[in-house]
Design a protein around this ligand. Structure first.
Ligand code: UDP
Ligand code: MG
Length: 334
């Protein structure tokens, strides 16, 4: 693909761990053997998300034995998204790879994904084409959710839920992740101009430990979909959404008011007994509310972007500057 700026060097693997005591060591063994063979500099950043089953002891032992292993220990369980965010912010090498620590993702896919980045992509995300999870409460809801998300965001995708991803570090560290937002990483990155590509990744059934999620996750993801859609389309100009709604309800007000008056003058219909008068009053209030929301949103956006670390655009590359500002590390977000 496109000619590339600088060569990518080094892989930071970010792994959220929550009650994965049985998986920690075999996972590390498999991952290390792949990364050692790959030959690039690497670090493995485990983020313990408040485990209560001895995962931390396992991780400490790994960190003591292997200088590639780095640990971020949360005080309590904050969720997979927060864990991924923390790990990503602590990454220091050129490529950030995220993956689950339960051995469902396969480290053997990592070299292939990193190579793909070198072809000129900014983000490579996995598609668990042959997904090894329960059909009824996992695969089917996931299919529906992915289809819906793909339609709503107009982002062609098969599988957003696959944690296995490889990204250029500056792209990864720019992501603002909260809620269940890590499921939207490719879409969020794409909105910032990242060149994304989906590749088929291997997937294994969970052999040790338990899944942390059930069917309720689907609903939370759908709620986050609304947030993401709003953020993508209207965050920088909320008046375009709320102002349109305000104009529409104002038009309703005008029509209802004119009709009420017309009926009074032409047909002698009593105004107070006419439900259209009620509609006039209500839609007027609603339209004022919409305009106010739009204005508040505009003020919010202004405050958000005036915070020096945020910008409404993303620079891909600067040429002939003394320093490459695109790779300057962003301050941490909440
Ligand atoms: N995880 C986490 N915090 C949580 C839930 C999960 O760090 O609150 C980690 C978990 O240890 C695993 C990954 O996120 O490494 C994916 O979780 P899980 O395997 O339960 O999800 P599934 O594969 O069933 O979708
Ligand atoms: Mg899993």
């Amino acid at each position: 693909m496109a000619q590339r700026e600088a060569e990518l060097r080094g892989v930071s693997v970010v792994v959220p761990m929550y009650n994965e005591a049985a998986n920690a060591r075999p996972f590390w063994e498999n991952l290390s053997s792949v990364l050692d063979a790959y030959g690039q500099p690497y670090e493995i950043i485990f983020v313990d998300d408040g485990s209560r089953d001895g995962t931390v002891d396992e991780l400490r032992a790994l960190a003591a034995a292997d200088p590639h292993v780095k640990l971020v220990l949360f005080r309590r369980n904050y969720g997979q998204t927060a864990a991924m965010h923390a790990g990503i912010q602590h990454a220091s090498l050129d490529v950030v790879v995220t993956m689950d620590g339960d051995q469902q993702n396969d480290p053997r896919d990592i070299p292939m994904m990193v190579e793909k980045l070198s072809e000129g992509f900014d983000l490579v995300h996995g598609w668990r084409k042959d997904r090894q999870d329960a059909l009824v409460n996992r695969k089917i809801p996931s299919r529906i959710a992915n289809w819906l998300i793909s339609r709503v965001t107009r982002f062609p995708i098969h599988d957003l839920g696959c944690t296995l991803k490889a990204m250029r570090r500056e792209i990864a560290q720019e992501l603002e992740l909260y809620g269940e937002m890590h499921r939207f990483i490719p879409i969020l990155a794409h909105q910032r101009g990242a060149r994304c590509v989906e590749v088929v990744a291997r997937h294994h059934p969970r052999r040790l430990g338990q899944t942390k999620y059930g069917i309720s996750r689907t609903f939370r993801v759908v709620l986050d979909l609304m947030t993401v859609t709003y953020l993508l389309r209207y965050f920088a100009s909320p008046m375009k959404l709320f102002g349109m709604a305000g104009l529409f309800t104002f038009a309703v007000t005008a029509v209802a008011a004119a009709t009420t008056l017309g009926m009074k003058i032409a047909g002698g219909v009593d105004m107070t007994g006419n439900p259209l008068l009620l509609l006039t009053a209500m839609s007027m209030f609603v339209s004022v509310q919409f305009f106010s929301l739009g204005l508040l949103g505009e003020v919010n956006a202004r405050i958000y972007f005036s915070d020096t670390s945020k910008s409404s655009y993303a620079v891909r590359e600067l040429i002939n500057f003394e320093r490459d500002y695109t790779t300057v590390r962003l301050p941490r977000t909440a």
